[in-house]
Each structure stands twice: as structure tokens, then as C-alpha cells.
Design a protein around this ligand. Structure first.
Ligand SMILES: Cc1ncc(COP(=O)(O)O)c(C=O)c1O
Length: 366
């Protein structure tokens, strides 16, 4: 008789459940300041809290397919209607649905590294092969490399995914690079989790009209500040969205998240304040830390900043450890480009940002 292990799909064997150690640490030590997961430092607005409360009262009822929130998303983005919008339990679920729709075991997804880890995790689950094309890193910082991405295409390529702006590097690819990749006709996922911080002018969603292979993903976890609610979405042509939606789990987005998301999307004043605060704090970090000898500060269009302390002979992991001693959780970064000096912070409250600047200066002056 075969054992239970023999029945698992081969590509899942030995794969472990994904757990974010830094998020676990934060929940177990609620006094630590969370400057590691690109969350928003502000709690939901009153309008969002009212929606959570009023839809909580009818939580005994199943949600619909989210027509109201999908219509609002379409309207905000000036794109067709709800048929152009797919909603998910965070944008992480949206990638999962997209990957399932295009990738069979052994087929390939191209990502541009360093980047968000969930692309890889969901690729593993569908038995896909992840191809990582590194960005160019030189004196002037990180640069997208669309030509190398195109060179990495094989007959097995099913998806190309690029974050706009990228996490953790914080930069955008040029419009010309997006067009080059879109022109290949391969499903091209542009992850715009942080695009609200630089504004809609930086979005690539205009490409959808000319290139039906372009799918834009967004989330309410970042500038809208609803990471714990779990709400993300995709924009695409109505034909592509309809086909991807075939693999949606029915009622995947609950009543409370979809109405909380709608309240947040309608509250553009609150979004504007959060964005202005964030961008002023990015400038604060840059201004305070620009003269620290040997510390590279990478300009970010998101709510996080990447640093490299290699030239000062400092290790990113030691910085993270000292920050934790001082009550702040920073994000370690695996060594890359011959440097173990990288680390990342998320913009926190004003007080947290002051504490962060202080501990970074302390570390680099010792
Ligand atoms: C580039 C990028 N995309 C997507 C997400 C995640 O989003 P969600 O909370 O919507 O699953 C993150 C979160 O850190 C991210 O950095």
C-alpha cells in the first residue's frame, strides 16, 4: 500500500508553510515598533470603522461578488466597469489566482530581483519554475533591466511580473521598459502595491488598452492602510479578468473587507493625508541620513527605504539586531551584489521615525 506522502503532488513535497518571522515577532511583542512590513502607521479612518461596524452587524449573510466596490475601483481608475476589476483577499491572493490561470507544472514565471517574495511562493504551489533576473546595481543605485528580462524568455515563459515601484529598491522602471515587455505579448503582471505614494500618473494601467496581456495589481494594504483587512485587486481587459475569475474561490472576499475597502477608496482626503505624511517622512530620513559616512540611502517612491552599509563595513543584520534592542523591528535583507550591508525600514509614525534615525546614527557612529 502506498503511503500518504506518495499521494502529494511532487512539487509540494518538503515545502513548508510560509510564516513571516518578523510579523510573528511583532504580534508576540506588541510593544515593539513595527518598521518592517511596509504597513501604514495610521489606524483606519472613522469612515472605514463605521463600515466595519455596520457590515459586522450582517455578518450572518454571504457577500455578493463585490459589484459596488469593483465599480468604484473602475471609476477611480477611469477604466470600463466592474468587469475590468477582480478582487482578492489581499493582492497576494490575486497573484495566486493569476498564476493558477496561466502556469502549468514546469512552466516559467520571470521576476526581477530583488523583489517581493510572494511571487515565488505562489509559483512553487502551482509547480512552476521561477526565473529571477537581477536588476543592475551600480554607483548610481538600482536599475531595471528590461533587455535582460526579454532575453530570459523561453517557450515555457507564461508570466512576467514587475513591481512598479519595486520593493525593496523603491524605484520605477521607465515607461519605455514597460512597453518593451508588454510588446512580447506574454502575460505581464505589473504590481502597483505602492503606486498611490507617487500618484496615479506613475501607474502603467493605460497599457491595458493597447496590450491585453497587461494586468495591473493593487492593494489596500499600503497607502490605504488596511493590511489587516486583506483586500487587493487586479485591473485588466474584461475578457482577461473574466477568464482569471473562473478560478476564484466563491465569496473569497468577505462582506466586511469589501465594504471597508469601499469606504477607504471613497475617502480620498484621508488617502491624500497619509500619502503626504509618508512622503514628508521619506524626505526626513533622506535629509537626516544623507551625510552618514559609508551609508547608502536608496530613494524610495514607496513607504519603505532600503539602505546599504557595506562601505562603512557594517552588516545589515547587526543593524536590525541593535534596532530591536532599542524597541524597533527593522527588516533584514539577504546579502546581494556582494554586500551583506543591506537593511530596510518602513516609514512609521513621526516618533518612530525619529527613534529610527537615532538608532541608525548610533550604529554607524560606533
Ligand atoms: C510589491 C508588493 N506587492 C504586494 C504586496 C502585498 O500585498 P497584500 O497585502 O495585498 O497581499 C506587498 C507587501 O509587502 C509588496 O511589497
Amino acid at each position: 500500500m502506498k503511503k500518504i506522502e506518495d499521494y502529494f503532488v511532487p512539487w509540494l513535497k518538503g515545502v513548508k508553510m510560509y510564516i513571516s518571522p518578523h510579523i510573528e515577532l511583532a504580534w508576540q511583542n506588541i510593544k515593539l515598533h513595527r518598521m518592517m512590513s511596509n504597513e501604514n502607521p495610521f489606524p483606519p479612518s472613522l469612515k472605514v470603522m463605521e463600515a466595519i461596524n455596520s457590515y459586522g452587524k450582517i455578518a450572518n449573510r454571504y457577500p455578493d461578488q463585490g459589484t459596488a466596490v469593483r465599480s468604484t475601483i473602475a471609476q477611480i481608475n477611469g477604466i470600463g466597469g466592474p468587469q475590468n476589476v477582480l478582487i482578492g483577499n489581499g493582492s497576494s491572493e490575486v497573484y495566486d489566482i493569476i498564476w493558477r490561470s496561466f502556469v502549468q507544472p514546469g512552466e516559467e514565471i520571470i521576476q526581477h530581483t530583488p523583489c517581493f517574495g510572494i511571487y515565488k511562493l505562489r509559483c512553487t504551489v502551482v509547480g512552476g519554475k521561477l526565473i529571477s533576473v537581477p536588476m543592475i546595481y551600480n554607483e548610481s543605485g538600482f536599475h531595471f533591466d528590461p533587455d535582460s528580462i526579454i532575453k530570459a524568455i523561453t517557450p515555457k515563459t507564461r508570466i512576467i511580473v514587475i513591481a512598479n515601484p519595486n520593493n525593496p529598491t523603491g524605484n520605477f522602471m521607465d515607461n519605455g521598459g514597460f512597453v518593451k515587455v508588454a510588446e512580447t505579448g506574454i502575460p505581464f503582471v505589473v504590481d502597483e502595491a505602492y503606486v498611490e505614494y507617487a500618484g496615479p500618473g506613475k501607474s502603467q494601467f493605460g497599457l491595458i488598452k493597447k496590450y491585453p496581456n497587461v494586468i495591473i495589481t493593487r492593494t489596500l494594504s499600503k497607502a490605504y492602510g488596511l493590511a489587516g483587512i486583506r483586500f487587493g485587486y487586479a485591473l485588466g481587459t474584461k475578457e482577461v479578468i473574466a477568464q482569471i475569475a473562473a478560478s476564484l474561490i466563491p465569496w473569497n472576499v468577505g462582506t466586511i473587507p469589501m465594504w471597508a475597502a469601499l469606504a477607504a477608496l471613497e475617502d480620498q482626503d484621508s488617502l491624500k493625508k497619509r500619502v503626504e505624511f509618508n512622503n514628508s517622512q521619506v524626505r526626513y530620513f533622506e535629509e537626516e541620513l544623507k551625510d552618514v559616512p559609508g551609508l547608502k540611502v536608496f530613494h524610495s517612491y514607496g513607504n519603505y527605504i532600503l539602505f546599504d552599509g557595506k562601505e562603512a563595513g557594517k552588516k545589515g543584520d547587526d543593524m536590525v539586531a541593535l534596532a530591536q534592542e532599542r524597541g524597533l523591528i527593522f527588516r533584514p535583507q539577504a546579502p546581494m551584489y556582494g554586500s551583506d550591508g543591506f537593511f530596510r525600514i518602513t516609514i512609521g509614525s513621526e516618533e518612530e521615525n525619529k527613534m529610527a534615525v537615532q538608532v541608525i546614527k548610533e550604529f554607524f557612529s560606533s
